[in-house]
Design a protein around this ligand. Structure first.
Ligand code: PXP
Length: 237
């Protein structure tokens, strides 16, 4: 059964719109936990546009679900991760002006930088996932530097339709198969929603999906508990 990690960054986006205390990110994490999710994901960005350092500390302290911290290869954030010790860190690329993460990490092209971060995190007992494109050279790089997980970037799949979307799904299937074959655990995420996740859940070897924006968007109308329950039904297959 595929696991569901719920990314609650956008609860913090709403809070930061007024720089106040509500909606409370920890309360969101508690509801996500109660609704049956398998993990909580947050992205501590260098620009701190949504999640703040205190959110990550609070979630780690009060939530029993595994915490997955998305982060860039930045010394500042790696230091915080090494202090908080989340269950998993997912290394992502980060550009200051982007609206959200654009594309996968170039683990092959930035091998030594990424490998050093992987080693630092693993020395603290943190499992490491690399957010990469469904591309064998990136998968090989992840394996070679000792990452336990990859998270396949599903953004292109989510943003295309028809034949193009089917081609991208095929590329993701092949990548999942290849990564599983060389001993990596395969996650996926970005742009997954209530209509496009079903097909992704049929891909062999998927371990966990990390889904944020669509769940928080639905929650505006249904409440967060219901939005998580609905997505969990789809992910369950
Ligand atoms: N996985 C990673 C690595 C991400 O960076 C994001 C966005 O923060 C997600 C999953 C969730 O994407 P979405 O909000 O589109 O569901």
């Amino acid at each position: 059964m595929i696991k569901l990690g719920v990314n609650i960054d956008h609860v913090a986006t709403l809070r930061q719109a007024r720089m106040g205390a509500e909606p409370d990110v920890l309360e969101a994490a508690l509801i996500v936990e109660k609704a049956g999710a398998d993990g909580i994901t947050v992205h501590l960005r260098e620009d701190r546009r949504h999640i703040q350092d205190s959110d990550v500390y609070n979630i780690k302290k009060h939530i029993s679900l595994p915490l997955n911290l998305e982060m860039a290869c930045s010394d500042d954030i790696v230091n915080i991760a090494c202090d908080i010790i989340p269950n998993t860190c997912t290394i992502v690329p980060e550009k200051r002006m982007e609206i959200t993460t654009e594309g996968g990490l170039d683990a092959a092209g930035q091998y030594s930088t990424v490998a050093k971060v992987v080693e630092r995190l693993q020395n603290k007992g943190i499992k490491v996932s690399l957010f990469i494109e469904p591309d064998n050279s990136q998968i090989d790089a992840a394996k070679q530097m000792g990452a336990e997980f990859i998270e396949i970037h599903t953004g292109l799949y989510a943003n295309t339709e028809g034949e193009k979307q089917l081609q991208e799904l095929e590329r993701i299937k092949n990548a999942a198969n290849y990564a599983h074959g060389i001993g990596l655990i395969v996650n996926a995420g970005h742009g997954l929603n209530y209509t496009n996740t079903q097909k992704m859940a049929e891909v062999e070897h998927m371990h966990e999906f990390n889904i944020g924006h669509s769940i928080i968007s639905k929650a505006v109308f249904t409440g967060l508990y219901e939005a998580v329950v609905e997505m969990k039904k789809i992910v369950r297959r």
